[in-house]
Design a binder for this molecule. Structure first.
Ligand SMILES: [Zn+2]
Length: 85
């Protein structure tokens, strides 16, 4: 189960994924885009900021139960120090 974190600037809740998982997702997404003749637009930067207000994920705090509505879709981010691998 991945950990959830909240952006202290706007309150948006995200799910933290390990850096290696983000890198794999970026590779898959960019490979797909390239296969369609599109620019490779996925970057680690996309996973390092609040999806809503663009604050750095380094400022995120652990989310509390009830911070996000049940069933809400959470954006994936990389939070420094979230996982010890
Ligand atoms: Zn935010």
């Amino acid at each position: 189960m991945y950990k959830t974190f909240k952006c202290p600037a706007c309150g948006w809740v995200h799910v933290a994924i390990p850096l290696s998982v983000a890198e794999a997702q970026i590779c898959v997404a960019n490979s797909y885009l390239a296969s369609e003749g599109l620019a490779r637009t996925e970057t680690l930067e996309n996973y390092s900021r609040c999806f809503r207000c663009k604050a750095s994920s380094a400022t995120f705090v652990p989310a509390e139960k009830g911070d996000a509505p049940a069933g809400a879709t959470l954006q994936a981010v990389v939070v420094p120090g979230a996982y010890q691998c």
